[in-house]
Design a protein around this ligand. Structure first.
Ligand SMILES: [Zn+2]
Ligand SMILES: [Zn+2]
Ligand SMILES: [Zn+2]
Length: 103
């Protein structure tokens, strides 16, 4: 079987085609893929590093950040949408720690 080579769209180096990942129509080598894109923690979708939301521990795509996560009103920490505690009906959501310490 003949080995097929393709160029990485970012660094322009030749790689065996099966080492490259196609993302949005371009081929990426493993290191460029890691440098340019991240996987959303929530849905597993690959996204551009520039478009990433969430925080460094929890990279999120736009959709998941909006629908599955929110931010603690106290410390600004990223919390899962079902995690925040609400001190009262119309109060903003707090993370476990802020809720226990300050409310
Ligand atoms: Zn590359
Ligand atoms: Zn996502
Ligand atoms: Zn907090």
């Amino acid at each position: 079987m003949q080995l097929v080579f393709s160029t990485c769209a970012v660094c322009g180096k030749l790689y065996p085609a099966d080492r490259l990942t196609v993302f949005e129509g371009d081929c990426f080598c493993p290191s460029c893929l890691k440098a340019e894109t991240v996987i959303c923690t929530c849905c597993g979708e690959r996204i551009w590093r520039d478009d990433v939301l969430g925080d460094s521990l929890t990279p999120l795509c736009e959709y998941c950040e909006e629908y599955h996560y929110s931010h603690c009103a106290g410390c600004g920490r990223l919390v899962k949408a079902d995690e925040p505690h609400y001190p009262s009906e119309d109060a903003p959501g707090y993370c476990e720690r802020c809720y226990t310490n300050h409310i």
